[in-house]
Design a protein around this ligand. Sequence first.
Ligand SMILES: C[S@@+](CC[C@H](N)C(=O)[O-])C[C@H]1O[C@@H](n2cnc3c(N)ncnc32)[C@H](O)[C@@H]1O
Length: 798
Amino acid sequence: MLPRACLLSHCHRAASCYIKPPSLLLLPSLWTPLRSIRSETSTQEHKDSSTNNRMPRNFKKGKGRKAGWDRRPKTDYKDVQKDNDRFETYYRVQKIVPDEEWSDFMTALRSPLPTTFRITGTRESAVEVRRQFEDHYFSHLNTVTFSNGESVEPPKPIRWYPERLAWHLQAPRQFIRKSKELKKFHTFLVQQNEQGNISRQEAVSMIPPFLLDVKPHHKVLDMCAAPGSKTAQLIEMIHAEGNSMPEGLVVANDADNKRCYMLVHQTKRLQSPCFMITNHDASIFPSLYTTAADGTKQRLYFDRVLADVPCSGDGTLRKNVTIWRSWNPMNAIGLHPLQSRILERGLQLLAVDGLIVYSTCSLNPIENEAVVAHMLRKHKGSVELVDVSSQLPRLRRSPGLKTWTIMDRSQNVYASPEDCKDNSKIHTTMFPPSKDELEWMRLERCCRLLPHHQDTGGFFVAVLRKTAPLSQRESKDIAQSAEAASTTTTTANASAADAGDADGDETVIRPSDPVQRSGQRLFNEDPYVFLVDEPEKKNILDGILDFYGFGPNFPKELMLTRSHGGKKRNVYIVSPLIKSIVANNIDDGLRVTNTGVRVFTRSDSKQEGLVFRMCQEGIDVTMPFMQKRVVHATAEDVLAILHEDTPFIDTLSSATEKAFNELSEGACAIVVEKGSPSVEKTEDGRGFRPLPCTVRMVGWRGRKTIRCLVGKHERLHYKLLVGAPPVLAEADGKKRYDNKGSSSSSSSSSSAKRAAEPEQQQQETGGDDGEEQPRKRARAGDDEGPSVWTTIKSWFGF
Ligand SMILES: C[S@@+](CC[C@H](N)C(=O)[O-])C[C@H]1O[C@@H](n2cnc3c(N)ncnc32)[C@H](O)[C@@H]1O
């Protein structure tokens, strides 16, 4: 061990270590992630039926302000001295930045992080939302100059992100409050976040899903997924081809039960039947089984695995300024063993030829190259680093380090593995590879993202391919080392690891192992019951199948509820693969926090056949199978229904009116097909732009009216898709939009009256107010028409 005197600087300002002792790090229920956004405190839960889940009672849903856009950092930037001599000494020694770039690097770290966001949703819809934003909003924004001469450029697309679907605003949150124009933009961001059109995400955090190269048939595991920004990208990728039930799946896992509910919230708008949230320690994530076509039980291996592991997070210094105070090299040293075990488990769960992305928001080689090198060494011949230099070509990155220096809190240097005996926290696996090893490891294929290169946070990412099964010997080693870890720490971590897999080449960990059950008291989810397995509930199934005309192709065996017996309130649907996982693993203790999309919910109507109504979140899955109760409408009819809430049927276009008149009362699907005219005029003003994607929404046909059964945020989203540009509320709050996205000053009194009626009454009476005269609307551009349409026209400038 070398004394600290050999180093560049020797300031020893006390730094508070914010890593829990290793024994606690291993116990999921006690682990407070270093990179956590916010941990919920209450263990009380209530049911959120729309997401098939229980949510912690104090969980903040939906609101952009609460969901992160407007959350002020707990510590004000001004209060924190952005200096840490240990940090500078350490990273100068590591040479993560060339000397000539050092001052740029430090300047970037000391400046606040810009605002970045991603336009979310499946590709077709995201591209349309982006077009609307660009045409109607971004293009009108100007550079803002403050009184002190500083200026902020309008938002710009992130140059390396495909299809201009991610954006960058130079102004950090504090700046936004300084200008009226920026406040307005902030309001826009909050509103769009609420509507699910955008998601705030650090630019560098968007990289790992891209490098995973996910295809719709892939089985994907996100090992440490909460709060879920990368999970959302992964789900979008398996649905990229527009299929509502692709062959693949995404399993998003997190060890923290409460953070699993963040995942529920984050992925809510995507509503994928191929998605499951689990709650396990990733380093002992259970081996999963499915049923093969021949009926035999088989082990599930994932095609893609994301190991975005817990880390010391010093790449987030620009955002989490308190790290300036607490940073010290032991943070990384404490995390290296857990990170290695998570990566190793990921490799075990990966199919041969599959890819695993290992990423951290730490700059530290002990958490990065050392973990990767450890796995390459241990599984030589089975794992290789992938060259990703041709992917995301406009993304600037630094190659992985080939050597690094191990240092403790007092800046003593550990020069060789023999020095480990001086400090039990330093492991031999942390040391850089030998010359020979460097030849074949190709550590330069790792990527480090430096803050001053693209005005981002710091980040590390490496892509590994499994080229052959991990050998039997190595699997045993894993089990033994996991067992050793469990005995050297107070937790019984991974003691259940069992190297005796039938295949003989992978470690099997069962969800029912005693270790996995240790946190069970925190896990109390409702059961998953498939309707076809409950003969006494056959009437529910038959009623639904008959009312909506589901043909023989409809996969009724995939429908489930969340209770045994009793009155079922909601019916969900999952993909065949998810069903197979539920069926084969739940009884063995797999902790599924959430899965399935709600497709039907119990209606209050007493009328025969109306007991279960369709739900908007499941319409993309159910509608293609429906042979009854589908109405094809025009975009302007759909806009009127979304806006007016319960328009009279006779105010809609003649064809739509006819279609509704042929329908009995009850829930129905209203569809406008891709390619049909939207409500937005073409540039030459002669026609209407074609709809970029099919829009489907759930309505309720009353006696004389149509009621829109779409949530308030989704309404604004669908309005955008049918061609109505985004409407921005005033930042000063004077002009507010009501639940239906309509200006409170302009919503018609009849609609307000109807909206105030209870659903039951509206369903039974159709919500009609007794008007007898036909109320035909004029086509957009015509001068005559009822008041609602006139209002819509004036809003959108037709
Ligand atoms: C860096 S964050 C993940 C961020 C996430 N991938 C995203 O993009 O939103 C690390 C996460 O790992 C979780 N975590 C910590 N220890 C874990 C373990 N042993 N197994 C699984 N998850 C763990 C934390 O709860 C935290 O949510």
